[in-house]
Design a protein around this ligand. Structure first.
Ligand code: UD1
Length: 324
């Protein structure tokens, strides 16, 4: 299939491009390099530098390429920042997505795979969280993702565009074959921060609370290896083509890992101590957030291969070492 990957120079985007290429798809990447990196591009996938806020740029790109499929991962994703700067998230995540959707339908795109988030659920009312869980986002970032799922539902009905919204849990790790090593600029997520504390780029890791109702008091999340996540995108296209039905699905592995579990795994992989300090809880953080991934198993045949915590941490450590 011809597939356009919007945001394909980013962290998850580049792993998705690699997976699609490995499966024999013809891929082109569109990215404004605001957080994406040239280092994450592949010679086999043509790259067009452009911004989703330019209706002309995105529609020229899709008209020139005329792909059957689009993956859209071009978004801001810092939940805390979205509460302070909602306008920034409205413009990029919502207006930008509508530009892509309009350009996609006019270019005759049939299948749309959207990078959604567990942030669409908000505070978990039960665990593990399945796709029937109420969607009450607690941050504006999560709301932008949920609203785009809504637009996709309408475009499916009105324009016959089939979509898959993939609700990612905590994406982590680096390509197991070491083909992608571009590091995120100014990371705020736990694992990159742990890596920066290990390499000395940061003085220490601040652990946001150790008095949660979890196995060791620190926050528990469902970390999914980015190669497994990338495979989910490829399998979503197969599903859309095979079933001609829309899909909203969790991508997580139902394995709860705490902040201290991550620190221990990082110490094992690196042979060094992680300098850290326990501080106050971060506002808006749930104690635990773990997926029920059964729907992905059942409908896509998707299974995690690399999402054990040691593989996640070892591959990340290797990517950080490659940049030293
Ligand atoms: C966050 C966002 C989520 C977004 C995801 C991807 C919130 C509430 N959620 O998920 O919407 O989709 O990132 O970017 O912001 N932690 C520390 N110290 C740190 C960083 C994190 O202790 O410096 C802890 C957190 O309290 C949490 C765990 O590590 O328990 C994971 O945090 P993080 O990597 O930021 O991801 P989420 O908050 O789960």
């Amino acid at each position: 299939m011809k597939i356009a990957v919007i945001g394909g120079a980013g962290y998850i985007g580049s792993h998705t491009v690699r997976e699609l290429l490995d499966r024999g798809h013809t891929v082109k990447v569109f990215d404004n390099l605001s957080s994406g990196l040239r280092q994450n591009l592949f010679a086999e996938a043509e790259f067009v530098e452009g911004d989703i806020l330019s209706e002309k740029a995105i529609s020229d790109f899709l008209n020139d390429f005329s792909p059957e499929g689009v993956v859209h991962l071009a978004a801001f994703k810092a939940a805390g920042e979205s509460m302070l700067l909602p306008e920034k998230y409205s413009v990029n995540n919502i207006t930008g997505s509508l530009n892509i959707l309009n350009a996609a339908v006019s270019a005759g795109v049939k299948y749309f795979v959207f990078s959604s988030s567990a942030a669409t659920y908000g505070a978990p009312k039960y665990m593990p969280v399945d796709e029937n869980h109420p969607t009450e986002p607690e941050n504006y970032y999560g709301y932008t993702k949920l609203s785009i799922e809504g637009f996709l539902g309408w475009y499916s009905k009105l324009k016959n565009l089939r979509f898959a919204a993939l609700r990612y849990f905590n994406a982590a790790g680096y390509d197991v074959n070491g083909r992608i090593t571009g590091l995120e600029k100014n990371p705020a997520n736990l694992i990159p921060v742990v890596m920066e504390a290990l390499t000395g780029k940061r003085k220490e890791l601040l652990v946001f609370g150790d008095d949660y109702d979890t196995h060791d008091g620190t926050g528990v999340r469902d970390y999914i290896h980015v190669n497994d996540l990338a495979r989910g995108h490829a399998e979503a296209f197969e599903y859309l083509e095979r079933e001609n039905k829309d899909l909203i699905v969790n991508l997580g592995v139902s394995q709860g890992t705490s902040v201290l579990d991550i620190i221990r795994a990082a110490e094992k992989a690196s042979g060094k101590k992680v300098p850290y300090r326990i501080v106050e809880r971060r506002p808006g953080d749930p104690a635990s957030l773990v997926a029920n991934p059964n729907k992905a198993f059942e409908l896509l045949g998707w299974k995690a291969k690399y999402s054990d915590i040691d593989t996640i941490i070892e591959t990340t450590w290797r990517a950080y070492q490659a940049n030293l």
